[in-house]
Design a protein around this ligand. Structure first.
Ligand code: PLP
Length: 386
């Protein structure tokens, strides 16, 4: 048996490694508090689950779904984009439901990247942008996200010969892992840049609804000209705490949406329809829980940032996302410091290097653990001598 080179060349997925380390420690009887994974601890709101249960009893939903989802789901997504962002979408041509946004992020590389092509990818960044590029036979060109630029890429530093070999540019705001946000002016610059170099933009936006103090992150699709050059990936995962149900969407440029549909229709058979029904209920039903969840996350954010400051770990207070991007103290690499945290006080975080070279010097804390576990984590941190 001989595995393909693309498998041999693929580094292990960051979270697989982290989960394994946590599981090993727990198997040895250690009480590990995990700030490592961005998976909401608060369950999916009850009205969404109840709607899904009802839909599960309907035999119509026992059969193969269509790859492009229920027309009512596409319509609901279009209505939500109009209500939330003032963006008008054609539900049949500009909306495509996905089996979680990760699935679409992975597959869209196959629509654009030929062997040897480049994709412009933020560093640090969600690992799937570069992995999908590599799987498609292309090469990532990393755009550094520097703290002094508020973790926004500087398009002026991308050489022309690189931009002309690139087919896709990935952006992600509110950003994982840095918690940074972008405004419409930044998105305008991105549209100008991609027009000039004739490349497509994929904006990954699963965190637009996880925000604090009244801040409402914009959608890339609000930018004039965005629909000519790009699509936006969004998700029910973080907004409605539906990570386990696997449902998301891509919206925007009709050609890009159609290309992604063509790839998907040859590979998957859509999202289970009871889950699509749940997603319709999520978007059409009460949105109050979003405010409640954000209030809980904001409290957690403030407690964690305060204790980190107290023990000498510099951390930014994000306006959006449930991530705290913190600097590791001088003298440690992000891996060394992650090991020290887990070995000395049983706290698991993700090392910045896992998100790319520019992530070195940082660690990421996720706020998606229960208040009781957070409290215990804070107790351990506050009594810790680094
Ligand atoms: C930036 C970013 N994009 C996409 C995803 C994937 O989300 P989904 O559950 O919709 O696949 C995540 C999940 O953590 C993420 O952080």
């Amino acid at each position: 048996m001989q595995l393909a080179k693309r498998i041999k060349n693929l580094p292990p997925y960051l979270f697989v490694d982290i989960n394994r380390r946590i599981a090993e420690k727990r198997a040895m009887g250690e009480d590990i508090i995990s700030f490592a994974i961005g998976d909401p601890d608060i369950p999916t709101p009850t009205h969404i689950i109840e709607y899904m249960c009802q839909a599960a009893h309907d035999p119509v939903n026992h059969r193969y779904p269509e790859t492009n989802g229920l027309p009512e789901l596409r319509q609901t997504i279009a209505e939500w984009y109009e209500r939330r962002f003032g963006v008008i979408l054609d539900p049949d041509k500009e909306v495509l439901p996905l089996i979680g946004s990760k699935e679409g992020i992975g597959h869209i590389a196959l629509c654009f990247i030929e062997p040897g092509d480049l994709a412009l990818i933020p560093d640090p960044g969600y690992p799937v942008y570069s992995m999908s590029t590599i799987i498609a036979g292309g090469e990532p060109y990393y755009m550094p996200l520097k703290e002094e630029n508020n973790f926004l890429p500087d398009f002026n530093t991308i050489p022309d010969e690189i931009a002309s070999k690139a087919k896709l540019m990935w952006l992600n705001y509110p950003n994982n892992p840095t918690g940074a946000t972008a405004d419409v002016d930044f998105f305008k610059k991105a549209v100008q840049f991609t027009h000039k170099h004739e490349l497509a933009i994929c904006h990954d936006a699963p965190y637009t609804e996880v925000s604090f103090e009244g801040y409402k992150p914009p959608s890339f699709m609000q930018t004039p000209g965005a629909k000519e050059v790009g699509v936006e990936f969004h998700s029910f995962s973080k907004t409605y705490h539906m990570t386990g149900w696997r449902i998301g969407m891509a919206v925007g440029n009709a050609n890009m949406i159609n290309a992604l549909f063509r790839i998907k229709s040859n590979l998957d058979s859509g999202i289970p329809q009871a889950i699509q029904q749940a997603a319709i209920e999520a978007m059409r039903g009460s949105q109050d829980h979003i405010i409640e969840h954000n209030a809980i996350l904001q409290r957690r954010r403030d407690k964690l940032v305060a204790v980190l400051g107290k023990i000498g770990i510099e951390a930014r207070t994000p306006k959006a996302t449930f991530y705290i991007w913190a600097r590791v103290p001088k003298g440690y690499s992000s891996i060394d410091f992650t090991k020290k945290l887990i070995d000395e006080i049983g706290i698991a975080v993700t090392p910045g290097i896992g998100y790319g070279k520019e992530g070195e010097g940082y660690i990421r804390f996720s706020l998606t653990l229960t208040d009781a576990r957070l409290q215990e984590g804070i107790k351990r941190l506050s009594g810790w001598q680094i």
